[in-house]
Design a protein around this ligand. Structure first.
Ligand code: S3P
Length: 197
């Protein structure tokens, strides 16, 4: 998938912002809530001219309910089952950047799907930093307080590491800087590539 070229008439050349890149396979951003998965995937998608999708937003549109409501209606198990169905759609769909919900790594089936069919970028974050980035933690039913969040992060750490092809430490950084690092790493890995025009 590629974005169209935009010509910069002031410089007399195509805008660097509109470079045409392609994805060899879908890239999945995983990590705890507040790691920056959605913003980083969106920034990177704009930079590279490829498409991105946020799994939670996709689920909310599909169910016509907010994540919080889904948890209230069908519980965490019900949400996880929808999440697995959506992950299957993502791994077998056209290549794109996919920001996953923080708990996507909990199910064995999801981790197998990610390992076998995706390229996975793990965005690492501490609970304190995550809390400072999330404007309204009540939208995240499983966040709890900082101590609880840190325990969940530690518990999930081996699961994130199991699926990760690359890991980026996001602490103390803005999403622009993280997206630039992800762009470079994905280029180096050959996941983002430039077709000859
Ligand atoms: C969850 C993370 C949330 C959302 C749901 C459960 C989790 O997504 O999927 O509230 O278990 O960590 P974000 O990581 O995008 O906040």
């Amino acid at each position: 998938m590629s974005g169209g070229k935009v010509f910069d008439f002031r410089k007399g050349e195509p805008c660097a912002e509109s470079e045409t890149w392609e994805l060899r396979q879908s890239v999945f951003f995983v990590g705890f809530m507040g790691a920056g998965k959605t913003s980083v995937a969106r920034k990177l998608a704009r930079r590279a001219g490829v498409s991105s999708v946020d799994m939670d937003t996709y689920i909310e549109r599909k169910c016509d309910m907010k994540v919080k409501q889904i948890f209230a209606e069908v519980g965490e198990a019900g949400f996880r089952s929808i999440e697995t169905d959506v992950l299957k759609e993502m791994v077998f769909g056209e290549p794109r950047l996919v920001s996953c919900g923080g708990g996507v790594v909990l199910a064995d089936e999801n981790r197998s799907l990610l390992r076998e069919h995706g390229f996975v970028v793990y965005l690492k974050v501490t609970a304190a930093e995550a809390a400072s980035r999330i404007s309204d933690v009540s939208t995240r039913p499983l966040f709890g307080d900082i101590d609880q969040a840190e325990r969940v992060i530690q518990g999930r750490l081996p699961l994130y590491e199991e699926v990760a092809d690359i890991c980026i430490d996001t602490n103390g950084r803005g999403t622009g800087s993280i997206a630039r690092e992800a762009f470079k790493l994905l280029k180096d890995e050959g996941i983002l590539w430039q077709p000859k025009l």
